[in-house]
Design a protein around this ligand. Structure first.
Ligand SMILES: [Zn+2]
Length: 81
């Protein structure tokens, strides 16, 4: 087992939660069929392997390029309750 990983698991979770608080939420959907895949925080480039359960899409995507565009909505980060 990874000693460093197991010892600092709680700290890593805490850090991740705080880091996500100030970042815009990005909903990643399948590029092919639009099926919901995951939530990503922030606009940084991050490569993830996605596997769609619906259409079997299986590719590596850059989360910065697959942002969800919500038509009819302006920038309302932090104002939605
Ligand atoms: Zn799909």
């Amino acid at each position: 087992m990874n000693v460093q990983g197991s010892l600092r698991e709680q700290e890593k979770l805490e850090w991740s939660r705080r880091a996500a608080e100030n970042k815009p939420l990005r909903r990643i959907r399948c590029p092919r069929c639009g099926f919901y895949l995951m939530d990503v925080y922030g606009s940084d480039h991050c490569l993830v392997r996605v596997k769609c359960r619906k259409c079997k899409f299986n590719e590596t995507i850059d989360t910065a390029l697959f942002r969800t565009v919500r038509p009819g909505r302006r920038k309302t980060y932090g104002r939605e309750l």
